[in-house]
Ligand binder design. Structure first.
Ligand SMILES: [Ca+2]
Length: 467
């Protein structure tokens, strides 16, 4: 054996050894998930905002797939984010309710596979920029414990949008290091994400951007003035316009690096908007409620050259994103997920299978099956031995359907009465969403057989949840 041949053999063996380690194939696309906070179903102009334009996100919708019936698994922050990352109902992964800044008990189970841990095992670089909100403990429940290798943002308590002259180091972590920064949080999140994308342009990456926008309060960027828009809170339009411009910056960055056709970008809200901001496009109520205004969200999938532009009326869900991304990244299916792989629909236009979606927050539960939606209060599940509902659970019901709050809402008197009546009598609500997406006509009395069948199905699901 001559020396040259020996060198060649050694090189070939080394190459083989390198290939043996699991690495992404050259066609593993980058994945970017942009998550707005508290953005209502009708807040983008491509979803019907009549007050101002959101041109950059609209462009994503025009060139990508815009979903008309896409759902969050919860009307509040933490459980929605848990479903997005884990592909499962939030109750199954430790996040059945909102994680408050002082709550060190509840968190996303870091032993459950999530999108970052799975993509990381495939060799993806993984970064999260912005609002974590899945666990407050700085070590156990820091994004690094879930497969992310870059983090810039905050774990629990919200910083203000404008960080000028604030104690920003009390909120912001760069990795694990408290960091003093000045500026506007939406811009800062984008700057960090852009840096990450540029650093990792040569290899597959997953960038998760849970923005603070447009969670209240809407403190203005230095040097800007609020437009006066009747019906909208001061600063709301500026916060959303800034988010839109920052989404534009992300897309421009990808374009400038020649990555657009190799990067799948999703845009979602975590749940519906606040019910008193009239940007839920006619859906009932908003954040915190299991009515459509609380759980139906804007959702756009954008991947030029791969996703055919159009509007989808299929029923999608945040918990579908984890199995979808893993499927597209060529990962073998994860056995235990509740979401379904949307990639045949996104990439080939295949119709999605019929499905049933469930929700539960406090003692209020809901189900969507076909065009039917059932909402009811499962008081018995939460009663203690004295027949009382513990305050920690009941507060969500009083938040969801408080008599005084309902009376102040911009809904008609009959509807308000029916909500109040539900509070007193525990009446279920049954709606036909195809004819009545605004959930105005309660059909529970008109269709008792359907009501009972759905009620039974919802009860069966609830009985599988940890108490
Ligand atoms: Ca939120």
């Amino acid at each position: 054996m001559n020396y040259r041949y020996l060198c060649f053999l050694t090189f070939a063996l080394l190459l083989f050894a390198c290939q043996d380690k699991q690495r992404p194939t050259s066609d593993s696309p980058n994945i970017v998930i942009i998550l707005a906070d508290d953005l209502g179903y009708g807040a983008l102009s491509c979803y019907g905002n009549p007050y101002f334009e959101t041109p950059h996100i609209d462009q994503m919708a025009r060139k990508g797939m815009k979903f008309a019936q896409f759902y969050s698994q919860s009307p509040v922050c933490s459980p929605a984010r848990a479903a997005l990352l884990s592909g499962r109902y939030p109750h199954e992964v430790g996040v059945s309710k909102l994680i408050r800044p002082w709550d060190y008990q509840n968190s996303l189970d870091n032993k459950v596979p999530n999108l970052a841990s799975e993509l990381s095992s495939l060799g993806y670089k993984t970064g999260v920029f912005g609002k974590w909100h899945l666990g407050n403990d700085s070590v156990q429940h820091h994004p690094f414990a879930y497969g992310f290798d870059t983090f810039w943002g905050f774990q629990g308590k919200h910083p203000p949008h404008n960080l000028e002259k604030t104690e920003s180091h009390k909120y912001i972590l760069d990795g694990k290091t408290p960091t003093k920064v000045e500026g506007y949080i939406t811009d800062l999140i984008t700057d960090q994400a852009v840096q990450f994308i540029k650093q990792n342009k040569q290899q597959p990456f997953f960038a998760y951007l849970p923005y603070v926008a447009i969670h209240k309060p809407y403190t203005l960027k230095k040097g800007t003035q609020a437009r006066k828009i009747p019906d909208l809170p001061t600063g709301y339009a500026e916060a959303l316009t800034s988010l839109d411009e920052n989404v534009g910056k992300i897309l421009t960055t990808l374009d400038g690096l020649g990555l657009q056709e190799n990067t799948l970008v999703f845009f979602f809200s975590d749940h519906g908007g606040l019910e008193y901001i009239p940007l839920n496009n006619g859906l009932k109520l908003g954040k915190g409620f299991l009515t459509e205004g609380g759980v139906r969200i804007p959702a756009i999938a954008y991947w030029p050259g791969h996703i055919k532009p159009g509007i989808s009326n299929e029923v999608g869900a945040l918990m579908d994103i984890m199995p979808t991304c893993l499927s597209i990244a060529k990962k073998r299916p994860i056995a235990q997920v509740d979401g379904i792989d949307l990639s045949p629909h996104l990439l080939q236009g295949v119709k999605m299978p019929a499905r049933t979606l469930f929700w539960q927050l406090g003692e209020v539960s809901a189900l969507r099956a076909g065009h039917w939606k059932l909402i009811y209060r499962n008081k018995i599940r939460f009663e203690d031995e004295k027949g009382k509902i513990p305050r920690s659970q009941a507060r969500w019901f009083t938040y969801n359907f408080p008599v005084e709050k309902v009376k102040k809402l911009n809904i008609n008197a009959v509807e308000a009465d029916s909500l109040v009546e539900a509070d007193r009598l525990d009446n279920p609500f049954l709606f036909n969403l195809i004819e009545d997406a605004g959930e105005q006509n309660n059909l529970a009395d008109a269709y008792p057989d359907i009501l009972n069948a759905l009620w039974e199905r919802l009860n069966r699901w609830e009985n599988t949840l940890p108490k």
